[in-house]
Design a protein around this ligand. Structure first.
Ligand code: NAI
Length: 345
């Protein structure tokens, strides 16, 4: 069977890490038909649209996307196309598993937690205006519908994958109405899952708890902005942004992308780490039912990290993006056994 997948290479380090990942995916023997499109500033130059109609139609058709990061201008310019894609296709649950890789020295070995971030509203609704010169207002939208569906996603995932605990992360002591509603929704949903321990932590305390003792958490459930910030903090616990994958799930379709951005500071130098996008592609392979290929790549990643001679600079190596990809492909070719099944990329 051939899988049709919409490919968004993105910009900055996007094309480099996506190209490395596509090469590895194709080396598994799984057949893909890629429908590749520009997005953001690059697309605007060509089509006068930040999300070209062809890209939109392709996602509607394939219902699966693999995406590199896309730059969003700071303090002005066009709105984030990353946020727009999530809203447009109702990709309401952002799923970010945080797990150490072998032989990457970090303060905490054996971290294994998951950030589930509401993906369609909160302060990311982007409703801002200037009330009078010198005063601006930014609206945080929290709805019962979105809070309930992302809570249900987290609890269903926990039940299916035998996860034990969910903490809902909030600031309902200050934002009593908005975060209060989010909390009430996760609390209500939690009652349907008595086998899963449910807890609530305030977001600032959670940051401290995470850097003191990340092992106390299993699944962290939260609204959009807290999820964005805590994901990067959690990435720091396991070796950095070059490693952590993500997936945006909706009822109709899913787009797989790393937590990191376009990293303009290292773009075009063949030094970016493609592991985060590759692990996002593993989540995609599982979504497509290609579990054997996912296990094959996962086992090759473990081997290359154990060996250490072909790692990129962010994790202490000297290899380039393409050399790392070559090493993964070679490890897959020489592999005799696949690793045991796991819910993690
Ligand atoms: P960033 O994630 O691009 O970079 C932060 C730091 O991590 C930089 O030092 C970078 O070199 C490093 N880094 C990131 N990915 C790496 C990789 N694969 N290998 C090695 N090092 C890596 O975050 P930043 O600088 O805040 O944002 C840059 C741009 O990316 C902005 O325009 C932002 O809006 C956009 N962005 C896009 C996202 C998306 O497309 N989903 C997500 C996050 C940011």
């Amino acid at each position: 069977m051939t899988h049709k997948v919409t490919l968004i290479p993105g910009d900055g380090i996007g094309p480099e890490v996506i190209q490395a990942t596509v090469r590895i995916l194709e080396a598994t023997g799984v057949k893909f038909e890629w429908e590749s499109f520009a997005a953001g500033a690059e697309a605007f130059e060509k089509y006068k649209e930040y999300i070209p109609k062809e890209l939109n139609d392709s996602i509607e058709r394939t219902r699966v996307g693999l995406k590199g990061p896309v730059t969003t201008p700071i303090g002005g310019g066009f709105s984030s196309i990353n946020v727009e894609l999530r809203k447009r296709f109702e990709l309401f649950a952002n799923f970010r598993p945080i797990r150490n890789l072998p032989h990457i020295p970090t303060r905490y070995p054996g971290v294994d937690l998951i950030v589930v971030r509401e993906n369609t509203e909160g302060l990311y609704s982007g409703i801002e205006h200037e009330v009078v010169p010198g005063v601006v207002e930014s609206l945080k939208i929290i709805t019962e519908k979105a809070s309930t569906r992302v809570s249900r996603f987290a609890f269903e995932y926990a039940r299916k994958n035998k996860r034990k605990k969910i903490h809902s992360i909030h600031k309902a002591n200050i934002m009593k109405l908005s975060d209060g509603l989010f909390l009430r929704c996760s609390r209500t949903v939690s009652k349907e899952y008595p086998e899963i321990t449910y807890g609530e932590h305030i977001v600032d305390n959670t940051c401290m708890q995470l850097v003191m003792n990340p092992y106390q958490y299993d699944i962290l459930l939260m609204e959009n902005l807290y999820g964005d910030i805590l994901s990067d903090l959690c990435a720091g616990l396991v070796g950095g942004l070059g490693l952590v994958p993500g997936a945006n799930f909706g009822h109709e379709c899913a787009i797989f992308e790393a937590v990191h951005g376009s990293a303009p500071d290292i773009a075009g130098k063949n030094i970016a780490n493609p592991t985060a996008v590759l692990r996002s592609a593993l989540l995609m392979l599982r979504h497509l039912g290609e579990t054997d290929a996912a296990l094959k790549i996962r086992s090759a990643i473990d081997e290359v990290y154990r060996d250490r001679s072909k790692l990129t600079r962010d994790v202490g190596g000297t290899a380039g993006t393409s050399e790392f990809a070559d090493a993964i492909i070679q490890a897959m070719e020489t592999q005799s056994t696949a690793v045991a099944a796991s819910d993690q990329p």
